[in-house]
Ligand binder design. Structure first.
Ligand SMILES: [Zn+2]
Length: 341
């Protein structure tokens, strides 16, 4: 009993350390982004409709979000200049620190044989009938490609981060191109499946989807995963939600904006659904009421933690069992499968 208690104390201390580090990381990143926007900023139009007509949605910590009057996309009104983006992704030590933390977790999981298969692997295998070439754009370390590799003739990735692309290629023995997709010389009509998972919400221009369409074979599959604007958690937390309370996510899609997107870039939608996650912990809700510096997913009220963990497990069990969120299109993330027209 004594040993178990000390184990719990140790684990809780580790958790606190991790929380503190993440809170510091998020605040530093936001400060960096706000300063960049003060130096120079560019006003955006809707990246789908290319028109400026929009209505105000909310003021997030880093910048204001507006909704396109035509397609319903909610997007950040301002972004950094091109030099600002370069500085942000290449020289920002906070950003690099984030990747290093992910790297430590990945190495630990590989060592302990705990690389679990993400659910989207089955979705991709189900819809991509032909298993020739598969390309993952914004692949990070290439973990998804590692799970898809046994099923396709060949897999390759595109990743702009020098560190992750190099480490991932070596770790998983896969080709990862460290260059922008638009500059890469890849063969047209040669891919059966292209993936952009948790990428589209970061993109200033969506015009790379013209190239994605060209690269796909006729009836080739495009898988997109991204945060969902009309989710229950976004309705509850609004500008406090982790999806937009930092920097990086500048496009928030819903079902309607995806239909307009598919039309523009010449795709048919084969499947569009939300997941079954609520993404609001009990602590979040309590903390939101009292804490002005509230950070979604990073709140900690020690004596409420057992309720927090309990309510998390219970809500996960409940929503998985009833599929209430996906049935009502209220889950936190969108999963979209498209087919080249
Ligand atoms: Zn629009």
């Amino acid at each position: 009993m004594k040993l178990r208690l000390s184990q719990h104390v140790r684990r809780y201390k580790e958790y606190k350390k991790h929380l503190r580090k993440n809170i510091r990381y998020t605040h530093n990143l936001n400060r960096f982004a706000i300063n960049e926007l003060k130096k120079d900023k560019i006003k955006r139009k809707c990246p789908i409709c290319n028109i400026p007509d929009s209505t105000f949605v909310f003021k997030a910590p880093v910048c204001e979000f507006v909704k396109c009057k035509k397609c319903g996309l909610v997007y950040a009104k301002y972004i950094f200049s091109e030099e600002g983006v370069q500085r942000f992704y290449e020289n920002n030590k906070y950003y690099q620190d984030g990747w290093k933390t992910d790297h430590d977790v990945l190495l630990k999981n590989i060592k302990e044989n705990k690389l679990s298969k993400p659910p989207i692997v089955d979705t991709i295998l189900k819809f991509s009938k032909k298993k020739g070439k598969c390309l993952d754009i914004g692949c990070g370390f290439g973990e998804l490609l590692y799970h898809l590799k046994p099923h396709f003739k060949s897999v390759e990735g595109v990743e702009l981060n020098v560190f992750t692309s190099k480490v991932g290629a070596e770790l998983f023995d896969i080709t990862i191109h460290n260059e922008e997709l638009t500059k890469l010389k890849l063969k047209s009509s040669s891919y059966d499946c292209i993936i952009l998972n948790q990428v589209i919400e970061h993109l200033d221009s969506l015009d790379l989807f013209n190239k994605v369409n060209r690269l796909l074979k006729p009836r080739g599959i495009l898988y997109l995963g991204c945060p969902y604007m009309d989710s229950l958690s976004m309705k509850l937390l609004k500008d406090k939600h982790i999806h937009i309370n930092g920097i990086g996510h500048i496009n928030m899609f819903n079902f309607h904006s995806f239909r307009k997107f598919a039309e523009k870039y010449k795709f048919n939608i084969l499947s569009i659904e939300t997941d079954n996650k609520l993404d609001v912990w009990f602590n979040d809700q309590i903390s939101l009421l009292f804490n002005r510096k509230f950070l979604h997913r990073f709140t900690d009220i020690p004596f409420l933690n057992p309720i927090n963990v309990g309510s998390y497990l219970l809500s996960n069990w409940f929503f998985n069992k009833t599929k209430l969120l996906s049935k009502n299109r209220l889950g936190s993330y969108l999963k979209v499968v498209l087919e080249k027209k």
